[in-house]
Design a protein around this ligand. Structure first.
Ligand code: PEP
Ligand code: MN
Length: 370
């Protein structure tokens, strides 16, 4: 392909020109509900660090029967909020018709939702409708954890000569229920940031969290990882919001949050050193967290093996299988510059824990027979 998004500093220009705040703070309700609601929230946001007002006008719902947005009518409310407060406005567009209406109503920034990013056909339709625009377009990650699909959407806009781009990390859907509504999978965003360091990266903690109480920590992690901004769902009366009530916070909470968040400012040698160190440490923390999760999953499988061996009366320790694993891991370790000694130590410890788990399964059974 002929375009070179990689190391393209111009990708950041719009952010530097428009970022009335650093990091950029976009806030506002999940959905525009009524004109009064939009105006009320906009005026309250005026007292916070937010410089862009968000509101969904067309709401893509996973299941039918939920509030699907007020439609084009809401664009007038956003325009009025802009006139009254000076905040820039942004909304989600999910087809060429939405684009036309949003441009007619002078929406400043457009965003592409997670359910749209998964579809190259729709992404292309929207990119064609926006061809050549100078308006920034923010592309949310697809619902599934697929970096190529996310980048593919970015590339479709870039090749349609839409170059004021950014991405929003809103987490990834999982079948398994976790403490998140959408699993953050920080590593995917970190990989994207490593490949395209000049592509502005924002966090949407609201759709990752699905609940209010962990939004602060998510924002702090993002700032520690040098994200360029936040998009936070904010409502004057969150509990009565027509969509995503559990995850919205009030403008007052947002204000306090931005006061309490540690923002790494890039100035001076010592500060720069500390910033870089802090970012690298946060990356390590993300990986350590993944290691523990993976080890936990491995031990759950060991439990199942213990159960199977018990019911078939098979001995727990099977040296042949163990030696095979060890041999394979030593070779894989070499590919990743990990010494044999290190692999041996780490796998002996894992194996021991695995045996302990399997033994526990057997003794549970023995106890219940007594
Ligand atoms: C939203 O921002 O309200 C929204 C629908 O988000 P997502 O596309 O991330 O689900
Ligand atoms: Mn929402």
């Amino acid at each position: 392909m002929s375009f070179t998004m990689e190391n393209n500093k111009s990708l950041r220009n719009w952010l530097d020109q428009m970022a009335l705040s650093h990091p950029l703070v976009i806030a506002g309700p999940c959905s525009a509900e009524t004109e009064e609601q939009v105006l009320k929230i906009a005026h309250q946001l005026k007292e916070t660090d937010a410089t862009v007002l968000r509101a969904g006008i067309w709401k893509p719902r996973t299941r039918p029967g939920n509030f699907e947005g007020v439609g084009a009518l809401g664009l007038k409310w956003l325009q009025r909020a802009k006139e009254e407060t000076g905040l820039l406005i942004t909304t989600e567009v999910a087809n060429a018709n939405h684009v036309e209406l949003a441009l007619m109503h002078d929406v400043d920034i457009l965003w592409i939702g997670a359910r749209t990013t998964v579809s190259p056909f729709i992404v292309q339709e929207i990119a064609d409708a926006l061809r050549g625009t100078k308006k920034p377009v923010l592309i949310k990650n697809p619902v599934n954890p697929d970096l190529s699909l996310w980048l593919g959407a970015v590339e479709r806009f870039y090749t349609a000569d839409v170059q004021n781009l950014g991405v929003i990390h809103r987490g990834f859907s999982t079948y398994e229920k976790t403490k998140y509504r959408n699993n953050p999978e920080w590593q995917i965003a970190i990989d994207l940031q490593n490949r395209f360091p000049d592509l502005p990266l924002l966090l949407d903690p609201s759709h990752i969290a699905g609940r209010r109480d962990i939004i602060f920590d998510l924002c702090q992690t993002a700032l520690d990882l040098n994200y360029d901004g936040l998009m936070v769902e904010t409502h004057h009366d969150p509990d009565h919001a027509w969509s995503d009530a559990a995850q919205q916070i009030t403008p007052a909470t947002l204000k306090q949050m931005t006061i309490d968040l540690r923002i790494r400012k890039e100035e001076g040698d010592a500060v720069e050193f500390n910033n870089k160190l802090g970012t690298l440490r946060t990356k390590i923390d993300v990986i350590d967290h993944q290691l523990i999760e993976m080890l936990g999953k491995r031990m759950k499988i060991a439990d199942a093996i213990g159960e199977l061996k018990r019911s078939n009366n098979v001995a727990i320790l099977q040296s042949k299988r163990w030696n095979e694993i060890l041999g394979r891991m030593i070779l894989e370790g070499e590919d990743h510059h990990l010494s044999e000694e290190f692999i041996l130590r780490i796998f002996k410890a894992i194996h021991q824990e695995s045996i302990n788990h399997q033994k526990k399964m057997v003794s549970v059974e023995e106890k219940s027979l007594q």
